[in-house]
Design a binder for this molecule. Structure first.
Ligand SMILES: [Zn+2]
Length: 106
């Protein structure tokens, strides 16, 4: 397979040197998909979505919730994205929901 190149923010990168990052609605990264390996290549956002979520209703659901995908070089990924970091937002939301539930119950 010829090497695919993609342009990101004005720079040219080999697709095999890039990764798709899934961003949660809160702004935290929650997944990564290598953009090209072996005979597989995910050059467009649509292809990346299909690889993550084969079912259209899943894609629709996550896109409606505000998830998005961004292609970036591994260099930028290593510098900016920490998938091991815990999302600080989900817990805050759950706490708020618990408070709301308690209010309704009382
Ligand atoms: Zn978060």
């Amino acid at each position: 397979m010829p090497e695919l190149k993609v342009e990101i923010d004005g720079g040219l990168h080999a697709l095999s040197n890039c990764t798709w990052i899934t961003w949660a609605p809160c702004g935290c990264p929650c997944g990564a998909l290598t953009a090209a390996f072996g005979d597989e290549a995910f050059a467009t956002e649509e292809q990346a979505w299909r690889e993550h979520y084969p079912l259209k209703r899943e894609r629709d659901k996550y896109q409606r919730q505000g998830y998005r995908m961004e292609l970036m070089s591994w260099d930028r990924y290593r510098a900016e994205v920490d998938l091991a970091a815990k999302c600080p937002h989900i817990k805050a939301e759950a706490t708020q929901q618990t408070l709301d539930a308690a209010k309704v119950a009382s």
